[in-house]
Design a protein around this ligand. Structure first.
Ligand code: IVH
Length: 754
């Protein structure tokens, strides 16, 4: 790019107004130069011109000191290129929260905890309740009272090291006294409404980036490579939780929060102790009323079981704690017009209708797209064919109510028929894929229509690839959705399936040259990309499974599968073995024989959840297939739909081959055992009879969190049978097989050695 020569002299007659203009112009020029140099690896100024610009900027400030207030930190060229933030692995994962959307969900939260712990409805069970701050979470590690490390949440396991930035935040003490030797304080970085507005005005005056909302401003300000920029942004911090600790902070949540306050942290003044769901909901309503005048954004109220001992017992599901929930505020609403309806094809082939809207502000964010879910939703029906919105359909040109709750994609809730244009016609949902023209089909009982072309459909293939490289999946630095679009159809650097990413560097020697000679790429950026790819060749098993983008196999299911099978070979074997049972299950859906077959399935009564399970037990499926099906569906959180799509994916020869080609390129790392010192890691445990000190659910979750597999039936694979009073045939079978049998106390002694 040709760059205008920079004038190195400052005219003595320059007016303040002209100086201000010049300063802002230089500021922007230097900002772009920094960006181009550091983040795009493609300088737009020669070193000499860059230095001259910087000098002139400094001279202007010397001559017009009154302009210092609009000055920003400029000029980092010449310093070594920063690779961004270093990564920090969280000693304890930073999790998210499950959501409650109404009062009923709050009551349900309390009941589920009682059920899990085996507590009567009348037993005391208190909760803390506090605002859910709409910012970004941060973990602060103090060692011997000194702030040592600050990390963002990242993907929950690994975050970014933002220590230098966190040190500039006034609410974050650099040192604390009287704290445990190791203390990880967790909380939310946020920006007040007042500071947000002032920042945006300042940014606008400087021609800098403005932010859509205080949360984006807080995130953008914290994640600055130059900590001095963070210092100039008024960030705040509320502490509400903790990670690793060398000594407990108290015996209750309220006590621990009080302790954090004593140590010098800001804690939210609206934190209350509630004795029951009625009090929790009352506090929620109070906070809701105060929301508009708090001066910072909150998006709900978080409830946490107050006793820390109970929090420990309740533990975590794969990504959320059982002991806490976020009660969200109702969604924000606005009315606007639908300009058109587009159909997007997702990675699973699902045809998703998207309303393109006349832009409208919903809760401070400009919205111009909203999901319409599926064809039934557009037609005014739910998945069971019942009317929704009083049966009103949605048409192009309609005046519709749009809402957004939290970060999720905006949705269309309602339609105003009185404003419907006279020429509006009902929307006809396509029966062919708009991207590849293949048939798009709907299965009975499914509201979603799917393109049937699989990976042949370029839209599906590309979306699947985008999912593969997404942050929660392979997360390859420098290879995002944009690059996938660029490389997918490329004749030289084609990346059409995941394995192609990993063969890129080895395919032929010319790949590197081809890449670096590309527009927008250079030696450095190409080398960086190849290095980032190599870095991800070694991948966590659960992450790899999630990355495959198999329908119904989300992050949690992938993690559960990985923990159950521990390695790729076992997993593949398990899925393949279950295939005949999955086919029987699906076919049996329409089978009229289910009743007749019941008689044959006596031995499997315990397993039978519906007629389709009967069919598996009774039809021609081999014992091995039935066992593999039971093994898979027996995993907590894995239902028939997950197993069906898994077995489908691996039975499709093209998809299977592509997955195997990928697996071949990778070093798949078994999931880390939750506790390597646990005496039951890798053991298969069966519980039978009644347990008196905990519920079945708690016993199972605890065993799994210690790395054991929990199974429903005794076999040669069983290592330990925990038998409570009333144990029957399982205890007998275990004795026959010579399996170790423990009573509940024996089991507790084994897993909680003093
Ligand atoms: S407790 C184990 N308390 O909400 C869970 N989180 O949606 C620990 N958040 O990642 C979180 N205010 O960033 C908790 N008072 C509060 C919160 C809060 C905001 C955020 C936090 C978390 C997210 C979950």
């Amino acid at each position: 790019m040709r760059v205008k020569q920079i004038d190195k002299t400052i005219s003595v007659s320059l007016s303040e107004q002209d100086a201000r203009k010049d300063l802002l112009r230089l500021q922007e020029q230097l900002r772009l130069a920094d960006l181009a140099y550091h983040q795009k690896d493609s300088p737009i100024l020669s070193d000499a011109d860059y230095d001259a610009a910087k000098q002139r900027y400094a001279d202007l400030l010397d001559n017009f000191p009154q302009l210092t207030e609009i000055a920003t930190e400029v000029g980092k060229v010449g310093a070594p290129v920063s690779s961004g933030f270093t990564k920090i692995t969280h000693v304890q994962r930073m999790l998210s929260l499950g959501n409650a959307f109404d009062d009923e969900d709050v009551v349900g939260f309390d009941s589920s905890i009682r059920k899990y712990l085996g507590l009567a409805a009348t037993a005391p069970l208190a909760y803390s309740a506090e605002p859910k701050i709409d910012g970004l979470s941060l973990s602060l590690r103090y060692e011997n009272g000194q702030l040592r490390q600050a990390a963002t949440r990242g993907d929950g396991s690994t975050g970014e090291n933002v220590t230098a930035n966190a040190r500039t935040i006034l609410d974050i003490p650099q040192q604390i006294t009287g704290a445990p030797d190791v203390l990880e304080v967790r909380g939310e970085v946020y920006m007040s409404h007042e500071d947000f507005t002032a920042l945006n005005i300042r940014q606008q005056e400087r021609g800098g980036k403005t932010f859509a909302n205080p949360r984006n401003a807080a995130a953008g300000s914290l994640r600055q490579l130059d900590a001095e920029i963070t210092r100039s942004r008024p960030l705040r911090f509320f502490a509400y939780s903790w990670g690793a600790l060398s000594a407990p902070l108290g015996v209750t949540q309220m006590e621990a929060i009080k302790r954090l306050k004593t140590l010098g942290f800001q804690t939210n003044p609206l934190t209350r102790l509630c004795a029951n769901p009625t009090e929790m909901i009352e506090h929620y309503r109070k906070i809701e009323v105060q929301r508009a005048t708090l001066g910072y954004d909150i998006d709900g109220v978080v409830y946490k079981a107050n006793e820390l001992g109970l929090q420990d017992r309740l533990g975590f599901r794969s990504t959320t704690p059982r002991w806490a929930i976020a009660h969200k505020f109702p969604a924000e609403l606005a009315w606007t017009r639908i300009e058109t309806i587009d159909i997007q094809v997702g990675r699973t082939g699902a045809l998703s209708p998207v309303a393109r809207l006349a832009p409208v502000t919903v809760g401070g964010v400009v919205v111009s797209n909203a999901t319409l879910h599926n064809e039934d939703y557009i037609a005014g029906r739910d998945s069971k064919g019942e009317e929704i919105r009083g049966g009103k359909d949605i048409r192009i040109g309609d005046w519709v109510q749009v809402y957004r709750a939290g970060d999720v994609i905006p949705k269309v809730a309602d339609v105003d028929l009185s404003k419907r244009p006279a020429n509006a016609v009902a929307f006809v949902f396509p029966t062919v894929c708009p991207e590849c023209s293949s048939q798009a089909e709907r299965e009975d009982g499914d509201s979603v229509r799917y393109c049937t072309a699989g990976m042949i459909c370029p839209a599906q293939a590309k979306e699947k690839m985008k999912h593969f490289v997404a942050r929660k999946a392979f997360d390859i630095e420098g290879l995002g959705a944009k690059q996938i679009e660029m490389f997918y159809g490329d004749e030289h650097l084609s990346i059409r399936e995941p394995a192609d990413i990993f063969t890129l560097a080895t395919r032929d020697q010319g790949q590197f040259t081809k890449l670096k000679n590309r527009n927008g790429w250079g030696d450095q950026s190409a080398a960086k990309l190849f290095a980032a790819i190599e870095d991800k060749r070694r991948i966590d098993f659960g992450r790899m499974l999630f990355s495959l983008g198999i329908r119904h196999v989300g992050e949690a299911a992938a993690k559960d599968l990985a923990l159950h099978f521990m390695n790729w070979e076992n997993f593949l074997q398990g899925v393949d073995a279950a295939r005949p049972a999955a086919v029987a299950w699906r076919n049996a859906d329409e089978s009229e024989e289910a009743e007749r077959l019941t008689a044959k399935s006596e031995g499997r009564r315990a397993k039978i959840k519906d007629s389709r399970d009967v069919a598996i037990a009774a039809c021609d499926v081999s014992l091995a297939a039935t066992a593999a099906w039971d093994d898979l569906t027996g995993i907590d959180g894995i239902g028939a739909s997950v197993v069906l799509s898994l077995t489908d994916a691996f039975a499709n020869s093209e998809e299977r081959a592509a997955i195997l080609r990928l697996a071949n390129e990778l070093d798949i790392v078994p999931p880390e055992m939750p506790s390597s010192v646990s005496p039951v890691v890798g053991n298969t445990v069966v519980f039978t009879g009644s347990l008196e000190k905990m519920t079945r659910a708690e016993a199972k979750a605890r065993a799994e969190s210690l790395g054991a597999k929990v199974s429903g039936s005794v076999s040669k694979k069983t290592d330990i049978l925990v038998a409570g009073p009333g144990a029957g045939s399982k205890a007998k079978k275990a004795a026959e097989l010579g399996i170790e049998v423990l009573d509940e106390d024996g089991w507790l002694a084994l897993i909680n050695p003093e």
